[in-house]
Design a protein around this ligand. Sequence first.
Ligand SMILES: C[S@@+](CC[C@H](N)C(=O)[O-])C[C@H]1O[C@@H](n2cnc3c(N)ncnc32)[C@H](O)[C@@H]1O
Length: 461
Amino acid sequence: MPVTRRNPPLELLCCPRCRGPLAEGAAWSCAACRIDYPAIDGLPWLFPDPQLALGEWQARIHGFLAGLEAQATRYRAALDGGITRASTRNRLKLLSAACADHARRLRALLAPLGATRPAAAPEVYGALGMALPAGQGLTSYYANLHRDWCWGDAENESGYRILDAALGPGPPGRTLLLGVGAGRLAFDLMHRRGPQPMLAADINPLFLAVVQRLFDGERLELYEFPLAPRDLGSHAVLRALQAPTAAPAGCHFVFADASHGPFAAGVFDTVVTPWLVDVLDEDFATFAARVNGWLRPGGRWVNTGSLAFASDEPARRYAIEEVVELAAAAGFAGVEPREERVPYLCSPASRHGRVETVVTFTAVKNDEVPVPPPPRRCPDWLEHADRPVPLLPDLQGRQLELRVLAYVASLVDGKRSVRDVARVLVEQKLMAPGEAEPAVRSFLARLHEEASSRGAASLSL
Ligand SMILES: C[S@@+](CC[C@H](N)C(=O)[O-])C[C@H]1O[C@@H](n2cnc3c(N)ncnc32)[C@H](O)[C@@H]1O
């Protein structure tokens, strides 16, 4: 019997575009923005441009599934390559069957998102990048699913214990858990501390597809492809994922991007961000100000996880001391980080696994700070599909680069050697004779390497 499908209380939500109130009907809508936010897979899909986000996720899903199927074919082809050793044949058979079956299972699971048959070839999905946060792929943190719902009792317990201590003795009250991931922490929090109600949000539809089903008592079977398989049989392990007990009512799942959080201002008693702040594209200082905006005065922000900021901008790869200062500047008091060493993703099927020093702090909202404007996702001509795309100098340069790449790649016809391809470039006056051969060689080596690692990467879930 589903317990999670009740719609979230409207007073906890707002429009992700204008932060005005949402109305609820067949879907959610904002009268000021004249926009409808649909229910996808039964849950509010509260992205600022809901159709664009849906299209981006569908393309990611299709690209990933097509890659998985191609990987199954590659394993089958390797079997036909004259390999006679029984153990190697068994490993390849296991992997080819697992990849094909995994694609089938994910396709069924993600059908409510429109993950039916892909409309384009995998190469098209691979070539055309998506505008969602680049680091957040469909299977980013996929291993968490198996840890949370299969083999990770010790890790899950240590994660919950840290959160429980950080929350202190009082009731969590109205709670927002942002970056719910595979969902076990949300489950344990609901069970053991009973925040009422709790909004649990994530950007990744694979997680919410799994989590809401597990909360509803379903049992799911999905493959684990460990990073460093312990033995032959561990290269692909079909795991059963299931919640240990029935989930209490009151947890509401929402699709959302933290940087465009559709969460009402000043209504939450507690905001929990587990293993989130350093994976966001958004600057920690800005995000901290957003969290401030969602909390009521005196409300608490509990942050736990790593602080391995990987921003392109060196100034934003903060040290713990800077994090404390920035949280204080965002209106929080009492930010005293604690550190604990915990096991992290130690799958029994893998030789890989680590111990991580987790940083946790509880910050109390002391002052109001201005709510940061939503990040500007893209220029107008990207936001509005009917506006002309300006031919800017950097785009022009890239255009030329891509044309050259496509031209050189097109010269590969199964007959020409590296020298032959280089000769064409010289004849076309694209390169000087001395440079052409080494350049073609390194270009083709790179293409070859990328193609092989793409095949391997599709399995590194
Ligand atoms: C490192 S995982 C942590 C998952 C979970 N909190 C845990 O502790 O196991 C980061 C989570 O944040 C989610 N996430 C990343 N960027 C996000 C964003 N911009 N908005 C919402 N969720 C995001 C990811 O999908 C993923 O579930």
